[in-house]
Design a protein around this ligand. Structure first.
Ligand SMILES: [Zn+2]
Length: 244
């Protein structure tokens, strides 16, 4: 579903994201009430909506870093789509060299990290920023006030989003960076993609098995299973893909 156009790039919202538009403010409002930040239901929902739009904005900052970096290399963008798992960018053409691919892939996480650090610096200019990561607790909320706690939470989420995307797993940006590195070393794009997908499988087993079996977390287990399937397909039937 196309909602707007930014810098000539159509912005779409996938139908999977629509339930979050209603669920996110309600969920957030209950958290805020628990933390003593919401006196009224309307105020809580309003804060929830601020979070919702701020998170969409954060996702767009990440994706447009990819878009603008790709544009520097002459690669145009078809669309940016926000979905329930985050967002992805569809390019009109592929990176022609490992260097182009690496720069495009790393630009998104770098933008998220810079945005996250900037938000924390605005929220807490006089104090050590990193002591508030990954997210503020109940006491922090009460002491900081609404604006600072929103900025702190968004800052933490952007930093987590930036670091998480650097994991060397397809289709995360880190998987594309690994792909670019192997492509640079081997000089063969198809072999590099296969090798990067095999490395992704290893990383998925390493990271998701503990959640699936030791912690018995069905969500992480299912997510890991589908990521594993995707990478097995890429490892044995390579296709071209660009950073998400
Ligand atoms: Zn990305």
């Amino acid at each position: 579903m196309r909602v707007t156009t930014l810098s000539g790039v159509p912005i779409r919202i996938h139908y999977s994201f629509l339930p979050l538009i209603f669920l996110f403010p309600i969920t957030t409002s209950s958290i805020l009430v628990q933390n003593g930040l919401g006196d009224s239901y309307l105020l809580s929902v309003a804060i929830g909506l601020i979070y919702l739009f701020a998170i969409i904005g954060s996702l767009l900052v990440h994706e447009f870093a990819h878009v603008l970096c790709a544009r520097l290399f002459g690669i145009q963008t078809m669309s940016v789509t926000i979905n329930v798992a985050g967002a992805f960018t569809k390019f009109r053409s592929l990176a022609q060299t490992p260097k182009e691919k690496a720069f495009i892939a790393v630009s998104g996480p770098l933008a998220s990290l810079l945005l996250g650090l900037s938000l924390l610096m605005v929220a807490f200019p006089p104090v050590p920023y990193l002591s508030f990561l990954p997210l503020p607790g109940r006491d922090d909320f009460a002491a900081l006030g609404i604006v600072a706690s929103i900025l702190c939470t968004l800052g933490g989420l952007n930093i987590i989003w930036g670091i998480g995307n650097l994991l060397p797993i397809f289709p995360l940006d880190g998987g594309h960076i690994l792909f670019a590195y192997i492509w640079h070393r081997l000089g063969n794009e198809v072999s590099a993609q296969r090798a990067a997908a095999r490395a992704s499988c290893f990383m998925i087993l390493l990271l998701f098995l503990p959640f699936a079996f030791i912690r018995r977390d069905p969500c992480m287990g299912t997510f890991g299973f589908f990521l594993l399937l995707l990478n097995l397909v890429l490892a044995f039937a390579p296709t071209h893909a660009e950073p998400s």
